[in-house]
Design a protein around this ligand. Structure first.
Ligand code: ZN
Length: 333
């Protein structure tokens, strides 16, 4: 996509090549009698720098250096790497992610330098052991709702919380490579939660330019595909989504479009009438957000075909890529 442009900065043709091009162009326009003289003049001056014939191979050296930076395959040293967790993403979830709950990596160079992205991995692998805490009611603006839920799982027991952490870590790596400052709302580094109101607050406090909450659905078998959830107009209590509705829709549409392209998955066949977009007023994480935010349900864990994708590390990498490209597109406008 467009964001890749700067990294694929073509190696500029050496000035000597331009000299040769100009020479040919001029040669076609002048009388034959002058051609020999012109060739001698142009080639002669180019030869001052070493001669055109020898100059061409020299460009390979610099191309190799910039090619390393453009390598799309992330090779993080601290967070679980895609190739590693592709094989055993489940186990990687228990490793320290190398960051605090709301830590932000120093922004590197890149088109998203100065941009803040909060990634919200849905649920928490420890929620199962903390039912009392996560069932506590919290204010979601319009009414009260449980703090958090356990999330769903595939029939074989791969949990949504494991899935959301894995995709979120991959997404973090991709966005950091673009120069963004990235915060995770949780990184399996706390026993449960956070509650949905705190998840929203983390994005607000960070003054995030974009927030994405990563989930997978638990619907009936046969229901397939992904959908992005946008905030409805909600006003009441501590909720007022009016200012974020339009930018959140923009963010969500860009994520949906890039998700289709990156994963090959179709939009949900059971929510959103084939658009891959849904609008909801019952999610505290959206209601309480004051910055552009969407949820994405990447697929249906209870459908065997979707589950085969969701449990495949290579597919999760493509999912993260699609979400990342949607965010990058949104932030670059
Ligand atoms: Zn969920």
């Amino acid at each position: 996509m467009s964001y890749a442009g700067p990294e694929f900065e073509p190696t500029p043709p050496p000035s000597r090549s331009r000299g040769r091009t100009a020479m040919v162009a001029v040669a076609t326009l002048v009388p034959t009698a002058l051609v020999a003289w012109l060739i001698w003049t142009v080639v002669g001056s180019a030869s001052d720098g070493g001669g055109p014939a020898r100059s061409l191979p020299e460009t390979h050296g610099s191309a190799t250096v910039s090619g390393t930076e453009a390598d799309p395959t992330p090779t993080p040293s601290r967070s679980p790497g895609p190739s590693k967790s592709a094989k055993d993403g489940d186990k990687d979830d228990t490793k320290p992610g190398g960051s605090q709950p709301s830590s932000s990596a120093p922004a590197a160079k890149g088109p998203l330098k100065g941009k803040v992205v909060v990634i919200d991995p849905g649920h928490n692998p420890g929620n199962f052991q903390h039912t009392t805490e996560i069932n506590r009611q919290v204010d979601i603006g319009t009414n009260r709702k449980e703090c958090d839920t356990t999330g769903t799982s595939t029939n074989a027991g791969y949990t949504e919380a494991q899935f959301t952490l894995d995709v979120s870590r991959r997404l973090r790596t991709l966005l950091q490579q673009q120069g963004a400052t990235v915060t995770l709302t949780q990184n399996a580094d706390r026993p449960w939660g956070p509650c949905v109101d705190e998840r929203a607050r983390i994005g607000n406090t960070a003054k995030a330019d974009a927030v994405v909450s990563v989930h997978a659905d638990g619907s009936a078998a046969g229901n397939r595909g992904f959908h992005v959830i946008l905030p409805a107009l909600v006003k009441g209590g501590g909720a007022d989504t009016a200012p974020i509705m339009a930018p959140s829709r923009d963010l969500g549409e860009r994520i949906a479009g890039n998700f289709v392209r990156a994963t090959g998955s179709a939009p949900s066949n059971y929510v959103g009438d084939g658009t891959g977009l849904d609008v909801r007023s019952d999610l505290g994480g959206l209601n309480l957000s004051k910055v552009p935010k969407v949820f994405i349900e990447c697929g249906n864990m209870r459908d065997s075909k979707d589950a085969a994708l969701l449990t495949d590390g290579a597919w999760r990498q493509r999912a993260a890529q699609g979400i990342s490209e949607g965010i990058v597109s949104f932030l670059r406008g």
